[in-house]
Design a protein around this ligand. Structure first.
Ligand SMILES: [Fe+2]
Length: 377
């Protein structure tokens, strides 16, 4: 296939997503191009069984986490396609985009910014997310970043937020929200987001942090009319239970170098919401028990409720025996006319065994700060 669009390029800076012990470096692009990442002398291609991919608007390359952490720099390289004919395909010369990279710091405080529930909005939420400026260590995008997956262009917002807040120079963690599951292109979401072999739940390790991303899927039963019979989240969640059990059994979170264990999940499932949102109580109770009895996280970080609050053990969101504090850290603010006027997100600092949680607005005002009671072993 030939490519006449000479302007084809990266649409945003790459986003560097943590998944298990790799970084998935992803970038939306306009036009057909070969795509690879260079770290030192090593090259990592976006390929399909040895064929370098070009017929896509989203590229992804997985690189070893420890290699990029040590290198502190990576280059995204592209070759625009002129004509990908069967023999002697033609491409332009390679173009290189180099980014500094700083892993989560091993000494001193770790600054995490958390956004969820931006629901397609960029202006306020991106400003809110720049709270730490260059001092950020990790960005967490925790679901409902899009309002729906009805248009393929909607997926770009995730990358625009990562670009504005991290400039391709810091790690990000992505988790899916219930609104992401809605729309014509939702079934392609795994092609446009970081996954572990296509699964939207996985663990990650970032220096002294061990984390697990969980995915509650939709927030009502699969038979709800809103979904028109197009979701099977009950089966999805049961498969995820097996994953969670395997993670608990394997015990990677027990590594002595780990100081903080975090759960990132859009929907704070320890809370039993009102009907029709009161689904899967037995299953969510099992997840809660596995976390409480085995994994012993220090904090569950959520969104979904469009609120900013910390529920300590026995608190407002503790319907099932919370294993640790649950922080809900995302709140769109609307004016009297119903227009978005501000966005409140959550700044989390890990330091000296303490977890400090602040809710901050788009002008970087700190609205409240709370130090959590750390529970983990
Ligand atoms: Fe939600």
């Amino acid at each position: 296939m030939s490519n006449d669009n000479k302007a084809c390029t990266l649409l945003t800076a790459p986003a560097v997503f943590a998944v298990e012990n790799t970084y998935q470096i992803m970038a939306p692009v306009s036009g057909e191009m070969l795509f690879w990442v260079e770290i030192g002398d090593e090259k990592y291609y976006d390929h399909s069984n040895g064929i370098i991919r070009s017929d896509t608007d989203m590229h992804r390359v997985s690189v070893p986490m420890d290699l990029l952490d040590r290198a502190g720099e990576y280059s995204v390289c592209i070759k625009r396609i002129i004509d990908r004919k069967p023999y002697f395909p033609e491409t332009e010369e390679a173009e290189r985009f180099t980014y500094k990279f700083r892993p989560v710091r091993s000494d001193g405080p770790v600054n995490i910014y958390h956004l969820a529930d931006t629901h397609g909005e960029f202006a306020h939420s991106s400003q809110t997310g720049t709270f730490f400026g260059d001092d950020i260590d990790l960005l967490i995008l925790n679901g409902d970043i899009l309002d729906d997956s009805g248009e393929i262009e909607n997926f770009e917002l995730t990358f625009r937020l990562c670009e504005t807040i991290t400039h391709g120079e810091r790690p990000c963690v992505f988790s899916r929200g219930n609104h992401d599951l809605r729309g014509f292109y939702a079934e392609k979401l795994a092609d446009y987001t970081p996954t572990q072999n296509g699964k939207s739940y996985y663990t990650f390790r970032l220096g002294k942090i061990w984390g697990i991303v969980l995915d509650c899927g939709e927030d009502k039963s699969d038979s709800h009319g809103e979904y028109g019979g197009a979701v099977c989240c009950s089966q999805f969640r049961r498969e995820e239970t097996q994953f969670l059990k395997a993670v608990a059994e394997k015990g990677d979170y027990l590594d002595s170098a780990i100081e903080y264990r975090l759960v990132v999940v859009h929907n704070p499932f320890t809370y039993t919401n009102e009907p029709p949102f009161d689904i899967e109580q037995d299953l969510f109770a099992e997840w809660t028990e596995i976390l409480r009895e085995k994994i012993k996280p220090d904090c569950i970080i959520s969104g979904h409720l469009h609120d900013t609050l910390v529920s300590e053990i026995g608190g407002k969101l503790d319907s099932k025996g919370q294993p640790c504090p649950v922080t809900v850290g995302s709140k769109p603010v609307y004016d009297e006319g119903g227009n978005l006027s501000d966005f409140i997100g959550c700044a989390i600092t890990l330091d000296g065994g303490k977890i400090s949680v602040s809710f901050t607005d788009s002008k970087h005002n700190v609205l409240s700060t709370q130090v959590l009671n750390k529970q983990g072993g």
